[in-house]
Each structure stands twice: as C-alpha cells, then as structure tokens.
Design a binder for this molecule. Structure first.
Ligand SMILES: [Zn+2]
Length: 429
C-alpha cells in the first residue's frame, strides 16, 4: 500500500467548496481522507505549510507535435513540461502528421502516452480529415478510442455547412466542438494584429474582425444545432461580447483565453522578436482589457496555454517566415498568479476553477476535484515565490517564449498524479 500525506496546506477546490487549512491522505492513488491534523506513520509526507493545494491543473489546449514533428516536441518532453508547469492533465490538438483523424492514431497516441507520458493525456480528434475541411473525420470511432473533443485547431472549418454537420454529429457522443475562430480569407498572409503597430512595423495585418466573424458564425451554428461549442484562444473585445451575449441567451458555448493574450499587447511586436508571433495575434490594449473583464465575469471559462513549441532554427528567421506559437506550459501558472490573481482581477479560487473544474467539465473529464474516493491528481503552489523565467530550464524542447527573463510571482512546487509525485521543487522526477 502506497501512502502519501500532504500536510498543512491551504486546500482550495472550488467544485467541492473547500478553502482552508487541511491535510490530504492519499492511499494507492486515491484520496482517502481530507481533514484536519491527519496522521499516518507509514505515509510519505509532503509539507505544504504556507502553500496552496489544488486539484491537479488541466490544460485543455496543447500541441505535443507527436507524431510527425518530434524535433519540436514529443509526448515525453511535452508531458514533462506539463508536469513542471503544475499540470496533471493535458488535452492535445490533432494537427500532427498524420493528423489525429481516425481511431488507430488516437489509440497510438494514448498508448504512447501510457508508456512515455508524465501526465494524463487526452487526445482531441480532428473535425475533418487531414484538417482539409472537406470531409468529416471518423468521429464515432475516435470517440470509442478515447477522444475528448474535436477540433481543426490551426485551421478553421471555413465551410459553414461542414461546421453545422460536425456540431450536429457530436451531439450523439456529447463531445464539444473546439473552434479555431479565424476567417482565413480575411486574415490572409497577416502575421500581427491590424492596428497602430502593424502600421509602424509594416508587418502584414490580421484584423480582429477575422476572429469576430467566425465566433459569431459558430455561436449561431451552435444555437441552430443546440450543440456544445468551445471557442479556443479568444483574443478580441467583440468576441468576448459575442460569447457573453450568447451565454445570456442560453447557447451552449464556452471559451478559453491564453496567458500570453492576457499578458501582452501587440506593442510587444516592436522588438520584431518572432516569439511574439502567435495565432491569433497579440491584440490591442482595449482587447486585453476586455479579456480580463471576460475572465472576471465568467464569460471566459478556462485558461489554456495553446502550448506551441518550435525548434530554435524555425523561429530564428525573419518575422514573416517564422511559425506562429509559443512554448507555454512552464510559464502559465506564474503568469496567472502575477497578471490576474495578485492584481485582483480574479480571485485565486476563480483562477483555480478556470484551470481545473471548468476545463474538466467542458471535456467531460472525471478530474478537477478534491474529494474522498477520487483520483489523487493534486498540485501544490507557492504564491509568493519570485521566479525569473529562463527558457534554458524548460523541460519542453520549445524554448520559444517571449517571457524569457520576466520576473514573475508564484510557482507550482509539486505535481502529483494518481498519488505519485512526478514533480517536486521544480524538478520532474
Ligand atoms: Zn492551438
């Protein structure tokens, strides 16, 4: 019998109404007891005094690059980065090579994660075959194989009838459709947000309207089909308003925002550092303010990284030629604490909700809670540790982060999966 006792931490689990100094006893991978002054002489002890103990963090949007792009990241390195970042579960997007568009690839990803993964891995299948937007993927078979949602992330399903079909079809499986909302004709060859900084840099612009239009369309289609729609990486003021309005009308829509989009504005591109090149692009001050308001009033349900690692030589080119994306798993929690919790934009409980129970509910995962009998996926956080980001310390192969050298407050200190400590004091074990 393997026992673990987490003592004296401030235990916060919004879904269970927990917020106070408590101990957690774990036996054989399950939470046995949550209470005061628990003792067990045989248990390994984690002293969490002065720290916060939460359900294991869940990142519902990562790119692990395997199969096909192992030079950028693998299931092994990506899940190590997740563990280092305090995440116990991640959902991976299907834009691999081959694309995750059939059951056998879903199975191979799940098998590989079982042997090589450090954290729980939940694959997302594609909406259309090869992300081409022309023919639905084998959604039913992929569902049997274990997908938790469908998405053509990286690409938009530009054909509205195809998107309607997908939304209709997933209802039988209670899967969400995760939309990458970008009118790709309108965004064209754009690389940064359209506005003052696209004018001064001369870089090709992507208008905010490219996002707003597809968010509006997909909300309307979710309404038409009465199906579950999740909008990935929301970045514009108008998109936040559209989601807020749709929720008020009872449309089954949820939304996520990334740490880089609530932290940086498009002013960051003045450096021409390709680590500021993300899709959707960094937006204006006004948009960032709207994202924060959306986080605060519950319009935005989840915080997800859109972890998009690339090799150094791929990003070390002219701005126009660099691929979009940043390596996000290992800076997410410190950015949430520093940018949202410490300034009082959202409470710590709300931040934990958006990193645990809310993504779990969107993807129908039996996770995100701390209760007796549940799987012992637990994260321990230090809210006060000062931390200077050093990309060379990342476990991710992707060192592509605009936050290198940033001084942040707050850091994950332990990641526990099924009662196993997989990260302690910033070392993945
Ligand atoms: Zn993505």
């Amino acid at each position: 019998m393997k026992k673990l006792l987490i003592k004296n931490g401030k235990v916060i689990s919004p879904a269970d109404g927990l917020n106070g100094e408590l101990d957690i006893l774990v036996i054989d991978g399950k939470i046995e007891e949550i209470g005061s002054e628990l003792e067990d002489k045989e248990a390994e002890i984690i002293d969490a005094a002065g720290k916060v103990v939460t359900p294991g963090l869940i990142d519902m949007h990562v790119h692990l690059r395997e199969p096909g792009f192992e030079h950028k990241e693998t299931i092994e390195t990506g899940t190590k980065a997740a563990a280092a970042g305090g995440f116990t579960s991640v959902a991976c997007m299907p834009n691999t090579d081959p694309v995750i568009d059939n059951a056998s690839i879903v199975e191979s990803v799940i098998n590989k994660a079982e042997f090589e993964g450090k954290v729980n891995l939940f694959p997302i299948g594609s909406i259309t075959k090869k992300l081409e937007g022309e023919e639905l993927s084998e959604i039913g078979y992929m569902n049997e194989a274990g997908i938790v949602g469908i998405s053509d992330d990286g690409e938009t399903v530009m054909n509205s009838e195809m998107m309607r079909l997908a939304l209709d079809y997933v209802k039988a499986f209670d899967l969400p459709v995760l939309t990458h909302a970008e009118d790709q004709v309108l965004s064209g060859d754009g690389v940064i947000n359209e506005g003052y900084y696209s004018t001064v840099t001369g870089l090709d612009p992507i208008p905010a309207a490219a996002e707003d239009i597809i968010v509006a369309r997909d909300i309307r289609l979710a309404e038409l089909t009465d199906s579950r729609l999740h909008i990935t990486h929301v970045t514009t003021k108008r998109a936040v308003e559209l989601v807020r309005d749709a929720k008020e009308r009872g449309v089954k829509v949820t939304a996520e925002v990334t740490p880089h989009h609530f932290t940086l504005t498009d002013e960051a591109v003045l450096t021409f550092d390709t680590n500021t090149k993300v899709n959707p692009p960094l937006r204006s001050e006004e948009d960032v303010t709207a994202l924060k308001e959306g986080l605060a009033d519950g319009t935005i349900d989840a915080i997800a990284t859109d972890h998009a690692p690339h090799a150094f030589e791929e990003k070390n080119v002219e701005y126009n030629y660099a691929p979009f994306g940043i390596s996000g798993l290992e800076t997410a929690l410190p950015l949430v604490i520093t940018e949202l919790v410490k300034p009082g934009i959202i409470s710590l409980e709300e931040a934990i909700e958006k990193l645990t129970i809310n993504p779990a509910q969107i993807l129908n995962l039996d996770r995100g809670r701390l209760k007796e009998g549940s799987k012992a996926d637990i994260t321990v956080l230090d809210l006060d540790e000062e931390y200077e980001v050093d990309v060379d310390e990342f476990y991710s192969k992707g060192k592509n982060s605009p936050f290198d050298g940033f001084k942040l407050l707050g850091r994950p200190k332990a990641t526990i999966i099924n009662g196993e400590v997989v990260m302690k004091d910033n070392q993945v074990l």
